[in-house]
Every structure is written in C-alpha cells, then in structure tokens.
Design a protein around this ligand. Structure first.
Ligand code: ADP
Ligand code: MG
Length: 314
C-alpha cells in the first residue's frame, strides 16, 4: 500500500470570535501527507496552529474547511475507522487522579472495545517503563511518568499512527531523551509517529521529514536532510582585533551580523564563495583575524530564514 498514513488537504479553521476577541483564522488551507512508517515532525512557533491541526484529527475541534484522511479513512465520512487508526497524546495532561496506571489503560481499552484477551495493558506499562507503578494512584506520578502513561493510553487499541502534541515541552533533558527513545522504539516496531514541537533540535534528531507551519500556513515540507542542506549555506564566525564598524556585505554573503563588538557572523553561499574568500574580504576591510569557527547551516538557520517577517503573508 502506497497510501499516506495521513492525508491533509486544504485544511481550514477559523475560531469564532467572542465579544472580547475577533475571529481567528488559525489554519489557512494546510495540505500535506504523512508517509507511512516515518517519524514526521510538525514544527512551528507557539500559536502557529499545530494543536489546532492535531485536535481536528482527534475530533476535538471541528474544521471549517478541507479534508483529513487517516489511514485512508475520511474523518467525516468514516469517523469510526479514522478514530480506530490513530492514537493521540494531547498537549495538556489530564487524568482522573484516583485511577492507577493499570486502571487507566484498562478503562481506555474498554472505551475502544478492545476484548479482554487482546488487551495490552501490562505490555504497554512495560514499554513506557511504568510496570512498577502499575497500582500507584495517577496523582502520585511525576510529570514525566504521567506523560509516558498518556503515550501508553494512546496505544491501547494498537493504532498504526501515534500523534504526540509537544511531548517534551517543559520536560527536563533526561526525560526528553527517554521520550525520544520511546518514540524511536515504537517507530522501529512499525508505528508511524507524528510529533509537534517547537524545539528544532528535537525535530532534527528524531524526524525523517518535517513540515513547518507558521501563522496557519505550511511553509515547508521536506525530508529533514534536504531541509537542513537546502540552502547550501555555511556560517563563519570571525573574531577580529578591533571593534567592527559594521557588518561586511558581499554578494555571496547571505547574512552578516555583528554579534559582539569584535565578532562577526556571516552566512555565505557555498556555491558562490569559500571560507577563505570570506576571510580575505574581512582582511580587505582592515581587520586582523584572531579566531575563526565555521559550521554548516542547521535547521535553526533554515527556520529563521523561512519564518523571517518579510516572508510572512498577511
Ligand atoms: P500551536 O499549537 O502551534 O501553539 P494553536 O493551534 O494552539 O497553535 O493556536 C493557533 C491559533 O489559534 C493561536 O492564535 C491561538 O490563539 C488560536 N486558538 C487556539 N485555540 C483557540 C480557541 N479555542 N479559540 C480561539 N482561538 C484559539
Ligand atoms: Mg500547541
């Protein structure tokens, strides 16, 4: 089957306004496919529309236009099958504090009509490393444990797609690594994973493909490697012997910024010039070079470039 795991076409959402706030056009015709078997990143700054998109897939928000197919099933025409093929971990953590992790999973299994013999509660608790918390009250779990329990909860009906909305927002480094491992394990077992994040590092580390949304529009959708290598740019940081009078401009230098009085950061087009020529330019301007570092453009550079105010449509 070559069909996409998720197919989103011209998705629109306008939140109705209130007396205090005007209507909000949160999604302005977003289209993309999530290929089967991948870890797919939905990247964008706060307010971009990521949760709106996820919540439409989860059936928590009604779209105002466009279509969504989950594992080939339209969320309107075939709501039941669409729902059975996806597991969603929402951004907000909500639990009944008086249930134990085991009970949370059993209740959810019941809600999805999973027969007792087919339930995976024990296996899932092990997968998210909560087997020793099986019978503890949910309210006694740490934030990280709760998040892991939510992931298990989203998987009780063994959906082929797992969607995580900002799984690592406000989570410490250690736990972030644990969640990344868990995502990789699930993916290795064949689960298509979609995750939203505003951490570029996370998207770069985990995702094979990334769609970037900004102000309700999809502004990029590419394999991570291609996105990172997209501009063929390199960044050189130069320390000089005296205070800089200003950035050094040249046709092959895409960006030039004085980051400290004596430090200049320049992004140049690799197809147009070389680090040596850029440094020669600096010397031509009368500065002696004291230190140099270079690096390839990373996702953050791409992101800054793509979301620059001049590129945002009204
Ligand atoms: P993200 O998850 O990328 O941070 P959201 O989808 O939460 O973005 O929000 C997108 C935009 O829609 C924001 O401007 C937000 O304020 C607005 N928004 C989100 N939910 C609602 C709502 N229930 N009512 C009105 N506006 C909303
Ligand atoms: Mg969000």
């Amino acid at each position: 089957m070559t069909e996409a795991a998720i197919e989103i076409r011209d998705l629109q959402k306008t939140y109705a306004g209130t007396k205090k706030s005007p209507p909000k056009h949160a999604l302005k015709g977003v289209s993309f496919d999530v290929p089967q078997g991948q870890v797919f990143g939905l990247l964008g700054p706060n307010g971009a529309g990521k949760s709106t998109l996820i919540n439409i897939m989860a059936g928590l928000v009604n779209k105002t236009g466009g279509s969504v197919k989950i594992w080939g099933h339209d969320i309107d025409a075939d709501h039941r099958n669409a729902k059975l093929n996806i597991g969603i971990v929402p951004q907000e953590i909500v639990f009944d504090p008086f249930f134990t992790p085991f009970e949370v999973l059993e209740n959810q299994s019941g809600m999805y009509g999973v027969a007792k013999a087919l339930r995976r509660s024990e296996e899932l608790l092990k997968a998210v490393r909560l087997e020793d918390k099986r019978d503890a009250y949910a309210r006694t779990l740490s934030g990280g444990m709760k998040r892991r329990l939510l992931i298990a909860k989203a998987m009780v009906h063994s959906p082929p797609i797992l969607v995580l909305d900002e799984p690592t927002a406000g989570v410490d480094v250690e736990l972030r690594k644990q969640l990344w491992e868990l995502v990789s394990e699930l993916n290795a077992e064949g689960v298509t994973v979609v995750l939203t994040t505003h951490y570029l590092e996370e998207a770069e580390e985990l995702c094979e493909r990334i769609a970037i949304i900004n102000h309700g529009e999809c502004i990029a959708n590419k394999p991570t490697r291609e996105l990172v290598g997209m501009m063929g740019e390199k960044i050189v940081r130069v320390s000089v012997d005296k205070d800089l009078a200003g950035p050094i401009i040249d046709e092959c230098i895409v960006r030039s910024e004085v980051v400290e009085p004596r430090v200049l950061e320049m992004t140049y087009d690799k197809g147009c010039t070389s680090a040596g020529q850029v440094l020669a330019k600096v010397q031509e301007h009368g500065y002696a070079i004291e230190d140099v570092t270079t690096r390839e453009a990373d996702l953050e550079d791409v992101f800054v470039q793509l979301t620059a105010p001049s590129e945002v449509s009204a």
